[in-house]
Design a protein. Sequence first.
Length: 348
Amino acid sequence: MLIVNALGGLDNPNAGLDSASALLQNSDEMIVDARAIADAHASGLSAVNVTLGYVMGDEPPYEHTLHELDVWDSIIEAHPDDLLKVLTADDIRRAHAEKRVGVIYGFQNAVQVGTDPSRIAEFAGRGVRIVQLTYNQANHLGDGSMAPENRGLTAFGREVVEAINEQRLMVDLSHSGEATCLEAARISTRPVSINHTGCRAVTDLPRNKTDEELRLVADRGGFVGIYFMPYLNLSGHATAEDVVEHILHAVDVCGEDAVGIGTDGSITGIDDMDAYRATLAEHTAARFAAGVAATGERSDTLPFVLDLCGPGQFRKLIRLLEERGCTSTRIEKILGLNFLAYADRIWS
């Protein structure tokens, strides 16, 4: 089965806790090593949208983004038998056929555009294929999901959407506020995506999307990816069953041709959960201090679904969808074919 993760990782989350890990490359805290690549192969993953460039923090957004583009280029160039840089939908097909993992370059913020929309063309020339307009907070393009004003796009944000359309890139509305999402979906001349989200009708948290947002994106030929994140349950401790519930609700709202997965997590599981939780508590505190944390994010919540992690995560999801009566055709669409069809519509 062709499997595409519309937002995920190729890093080993244990590597920072394990000095014996054999590093292949390091991009800040994101470590891609031999185990991470082996686990990606074992999972059946065909392609993944990896986050690179500026998301938050003190780094200069534009310069930091150029640096991370260089880093990812070097990772892929060093491992041609395992990884393939994705520029077209056919590159995903090629990665699948050649048993490699396609790496899709994506942003989770667009601050790095600065005040110059022409930078979108520069980033496209470097291989970026997905541009998420905002992170959780507001930026100069529009409001994120945690911005209390819930305003729509700014005038500059509308210029950037136009520039993204011109370069035939994906406009990703994950993390956006509701008004920003609805406006961007309406003004975009090409279908847009929400690559990693949940359904607010199932779990009422701001990182999840309303049925109106989901339906509008789907009706205009877009794509919606459901994540494996704590926001799928009000307790903050989401399970595999929660993931299935959100997928099935999204299918009910959007139709089976618009829904996929964007786990927002890595393939490799956690070896030492106690050590990981200690590190996570520090990381969460820093996110709250920086004002970028989301409602439902706490020091005791894990940024993944505990019973849907590790190389078997996709196989387990397939079994659970089968148990809920999904046909093999529907499952193949959800696991990868819907994203591939959307990529065909946007990148060609």
